[in-house]
Design a protein around this ligand. Structure first.
Ligand code: CAA
Length: 291
């Protein structure tokens, strides 16, 4: 007989960070019935995050995927604040702060200190930073793993689960059952930079940026090539804008740092665009401009 994982079903979730990914993660957790506490760094970031999450729910209502009573129930299950002590009673905390190692390590030290439940799972939505390194910043490395969602979180069905060398089998089993309860499809990945999807996707995005930089074709033609020629839902430059050029750069740096392969090295154009604050859709301009 297989032993049930300790800790029981997860009904109280914390999400640290309410940017593109954090807002989507909070939304799908609350839509599946969990109570969600969202913590952001400042009142301004809370207001922006709340607006982002509400806009996504409104979109679901407008397209008939959610009725307005259900939207109100979802919103009632989510609370927002700036104090990490609000995570004290959480059974699962998912960190979704920017892809910068020092920020992640600091976040995990603070989450570890705030969460009282000794069986709670501390998860990172990192797309490229080693889970083992993040886990070492906590006093409970066996309960730390990667739970990596894809953007837009309410739309894309995948979650990558990443165990470090120290993640316990119970932690993985509980996280798997939670992610499947969100209606997500799970794949397991080794704790290597980029895991499965970004290790394949990001060099493709970087190649498209190099192609544009070298003048092989226009941004529109590169994108049309992959949409009309390969049936991708969007071309690589529009996708880089959706992911965020800062995030694309951080992931490229993590991949290059780990494997030292030239195809992971960020192209100069990407670095200059990030320097200029052209971060893609979220800043209003990247390879394209947005309202
Ligand atoms: N939030 C919520 N719902 C959204 C949404 C968002 N941000 N964007 C789109 N949707 C919903 C729409 O409401 C719509 O649903 P209905 O049909 O029920 O109304 C559906 O998704 C399709 O949207 P649209 O008709 O507006 O647009 P589309 O058909 O062009 O699809 C897309 C948009 C879903 C973004 C699609 O182009 C797509 O899937 N692109 C690829 C995205 C991708 O590859 N993401 C992975 C990025 S990598 C990553 O995230 C990992 C990382 O670590 C960097």
């Amino acid at each position: 007989m297989t032993r049930a994982p300790a800790g029981g079903a997860i009904e109280r979730v914390g999400v640290l960070g309410c940017g593109l990914m954090g807002a989507g993660i909070a939304e799908v957790c609350a839509r599946s019935g969990a109570g969600v506490v969202v913590v952001e760094a400042s009142d301004g970031a809370v207001a922006t995050g709340r607006k982002r999450l509400t806009a996504s729910l409104e979109r679901a209502v407008a397209s008939g995927r959610l009725d307005s009573a259900a939207r109100d129930e979802v919103l009632a299950r989510i609370s927002f604040g700036t104090g990490i002590e609000a995570f004290a009673d959480r059974q699962l905390v998912i960190e979704a702060v920017p892809e910068v190692l020092e920020l992640k390590l600091d976040a995990f030290r603070r989450i570890d200190a705030a969460v009282a439940d000794p069986e709670a799972i501390l998860a990172s939505n990192t797309s490229s930073i080693p889970i083992g390194r993040i886990a070492a910043a906590t006093g409970r490395p066996g309960q730390v793993l990667g739970v990596h969602f894809f953007n837009p979180v309410p739309v894309l069905p995948l979650v990558e689960l990443v165990s470090s060398l120290q993640t316990s089998p119970d932690t993985l089993a509980r996280a798997r059952s939670f992610a499947e309860g969100l209606g997500k499809q799970v794949i397991l990945a080794q704790d290597r930079a980029g895991f499965v999807v970004n290790a394949l996707l990001v060099p493709y995005l970087l190649s498209a940026i190099r192609m544009l930089e070298a003048g092989h074709a226009s941004a529109e033609d590169i994108d049309t090539g992959m949409v009309a020629g390969c049936a991708h839902p969007m071309g690589p430059l529009r996708l880089a804008d959706l992911v965020g050029l800062d995030t694309t750069l951080h992931v490229a740096n993590s991949l290059y740092g780990e494997f030292k392969e030239p195809h992971y090295a960020p192209p100069a154009l990407l670095m200059r665009m990030v320097d200029a604050g052209r971060l893609g859709r979220k800043s209003g301009a990247g390879f394209y401009t947005y309202d």
